[in-house]
Design a protein around this ligand. Structure first.
Ligand code: SPV
Ligand code: MG
Length: 432
């Protein structure tokens, strides 16, 4: 009986490197090509720029492919159990880094089934590099990245979002992958926080850093990343101004804007009732949401209404009534904020809200209730989790310690051992 050689592809374009793998597979028998499904591609690699159907057709058109099938998990157990391939063929570039977890999974699965892993030396040439760069370039374009948050919401159990304030933190959000409990994890989206953006400029978080400056930050992040961006737009300012900002953000390729129902001089929510803060009226804020939805030009963009009732201790009923009004005004999602140490009030809100609006996404920002797990948030119907300021809070004490050490020792030697060599930092930076 003819043997089966299987190779899985997680790509939008077939280039010489892939053809080399297929040619090698052909030497071992009938070639079955796997096409990694959208959900897994998004979670573990990058967003597909062509549909699953087109990716299947692309592989079917390859002369060395006998059959193309969908692989629906990044790990190979299911494929090995159902297909029983005699050989799995893969490039040898997965031996180091987080991808080695997938390699180990293949080895374990093949060990059970009696199959064999064939590793082909990874092809790296200038034309392949160019193709890779072209796909990445396409992913950075506004029309491709704008709709990515909506797509993610349909694909992943919770959209894991991390604060970014510049190109470098953008690259961290884009490229950090960890292997954990036999799986791979990475962030799905980026949050441009008003608190961290202001803090990076040494300014208070009171809408003092104006939109032109915020847009500059977004542009820096966009230049070097492909993941979707959620902008913290504070109160959104005057309705007449906010509608302009919606146009600009859509045109740039931002995926969502979050506006909070406060008015006047906005202060950061983490101060709660310790400072004077005024909540907008339900009617006026609904009008703001409605005007923004009217101004929106694409279906991709999301306007998310942020409710400050729990922050301002106005109670759950007020929060739920506002949620109802804002959804009615057209909000694409609701962010519920809390500064309690425990997630109970967020859960109570989420449980009640989801009973009525099971399809409206909910956003949570677990800064003060940081012990909550993603699994618990998912269980209560939260769809987006924002880790809103943890990168800034980790960088600042490290920088302060370094500054103090240099001042105390009148040289840098004492702190040097704690510092990362620059060549390790710039490994994140792509050359053109
Ligand atoms: C921000 O990150 O700027 C936020 C979240 O708005 S919070 O600081 O908790 O208000
Ligand atoms: Mg903010």
């Amino acid at each position: 009986m003819q043997k089966t050689a299987y190779a899985c592809f997680c790509t939008d374009i077939i280039h010489d490197g892939h053809r080399n793998i297929l040619r090698e597979a052909k030497k071992y028998g009938r070639v079955v090509a796997g096409v990694l499904c959208d959900r897994e591609m998004v979670r573990y690699n990058r967003f597909p720029t062509v549909s699953l159907e087109d990716r299947i057709a692309m592989l079917e058109a390859e002369p060395d492919v006998d059959e193309a099938i969908v692989q629906d998990t990044i790990f190979y157990d299911r494929i090995v159990e159902t297909l029983h391939p005699d050989f799995i063929v893969h490039g040898d570039n997965w031996r180091g880094g987080p991808e080695s977890a997938i390699r180990q999974n293949v080895l374990d699965a093949l060990h059970k089934s009696g199959g064999e892993l064939i590793e082909v030396p990874y092809t790296f040439n200038p034309s392949i590099k160019k193709i890779d760069e072209r796909v990445r370039e396409k992913l950075t374009m506004p029309e491709f990245r704008r709709g990515r948050l909506k797509k993610l919401l349909a694909l992943v159990p919770i959209v894991k979002t991390i604060e970014v304030t510049n190109g470098l933190t953008g690259l961290l959000a884009e490229k950090t992958v960890v292997e954990h409990a036999g799986g791979l994890d990475q962030f799905d989206a980026m949050w441009i926080s008003s608190l961290c953006d202001s803090t990076a400029k040494g300014k208070p978080d009171i809408e003092l850093v104006d939109m032109s400056s915020r847009l500059r930050t977004i542009d820096d992040v966009m230049d070097v990343t492909t993941k979707p961006i959620i902008l913290d737009a504070d109160t959104g300012g005057l309705i007449e101004h906010f509608v302009y900002h919606v146009h600009t953000l859509e045109r740039m390729g931002v995926s969502a804007v979050i506006v909070e129902d406060k008015t006047g001089l906005k202060k950061n929510s983490l101060f709660g009732t310790e400072v004077e803060q005024t909540q907008d009226t339900m009617e006026h804020f609904s009008e703001k949401i409605r005007a923004a939805k009217d101004a929106q030009r694409t279906d991709d963009f999301m306007i998310i209404a942020r409710i400050e009732s729990l922050i301002l201790e106005k109670g759950l009923e007020d929060a739920l009534a506002r949620a109802e009004a804002y959804v009615h005004a057209g909000a694409d999602a609701i962010m519920i904020h809390s500064r309690k140490k425990e997630p109970n009030e967020v859960f109570a809100f989420a449980d009640a809200f989801k009973k009525v609006h099971s399809d409206t996404p909910l956003v949570a920002v677990p800064t003060s209730y940081s012990s909550v797990t993603e699994a618990e948030l998912i269980a209560h119907g939260i769809n987006i989790v924002i880790y809103a300021n943890q990168l800034t809070r980790s960088a600042f004490p490290a920088m302060e310690r370094t500054a103090k050490s240099i001042l105390s020792h009148h040289r840098a030697k004492e702190i040097d051992a704690e510092l990362m060599p620059f060549k390790e930092i710039i490994r994140l930076i792509d050359d053109i």
